[in-house]
Design a protein around this ligand. Sequence first.
Ligand SMILES: [Zn+2]
Length: 291
Amino acid sequence: MENKKNMLRAISENGGVVFCGLDSTDMVRRMEELHKPSAVCSAALGRLLTAASMMGIMLKSEKDTVTLRVKGGGPAGLLLAVSDGTGNVKGYMENPLADMPARPDGKLNVGGVVGRDGTLSVVRDLGLKEPYVGMVPLVSGEIAEDVTSYYAVSEQIPTVCALGVLVNPDLTIRCAGGFLLQLLPGASEEEISRLEKNIAAMPSVTQMLDQGADPRKMMELAMAGFDPQVLDEYRVDYRCDCSMERTERALISLGKKELEDLYKEEPTAEVVCQFCNKKYQVDLGKLIKKV
Ligand SMILES: [Zn+2]
């Protein structure tokens, strides 16, 4: 069960449409255990992690990373999700306890807690000198629409993005997931209108998952009539790659002067990883000698 494949990529028979679907339930559950957010904040960060994972698997190398940053001016503050090229993600948000009443339709008010007055930035670190950065104004703060807009504006790729997180009354995660559909250049009007019909007829991601659907079922519905071919399937999780070495490197980047000031206050620094809460005790005296 633990290692069940939860992400699937497929392509239409003629190669014009690509699909990526993800059941991110386990990933978002881990996030909820670590950060203990309010229900609406779980939905917000869970959606962002789900999108980051699907964007991560599209990177060329496993070592590449993609970072999604959302700053919308709402009570949640900054949201951050990072995926490596294998689709494993980590994330955090500034104010996980921020809360907001549900929308009139009863849904969690993700756009309200994130805010709409700001940007989504996508930073791809491909191991080159400079990372590749794209930024778009937020459309709604609901995340999926913002990712769609990012692809349309920044990359000129027509994209359908659907994301969903269903939170139980006790704040645990009932289910989470999403899919990305992208049209490659040369798609015909007929294909576009067929895709639009397929998407319009689909239940929401959380409805599908809650009824037992997996990414393959999502693919069958989204790509009905396109004879989809499965390209590959993966297992992706919430995973933090922090280490003592990375912690030391981050401290060293503060500079010798700052480290010496810290050392005077306390010879051992306790550094808590903001992605997984792991604590590192760093001997500053030893570290200063390395600078
Ligand atoms: Zn960590």
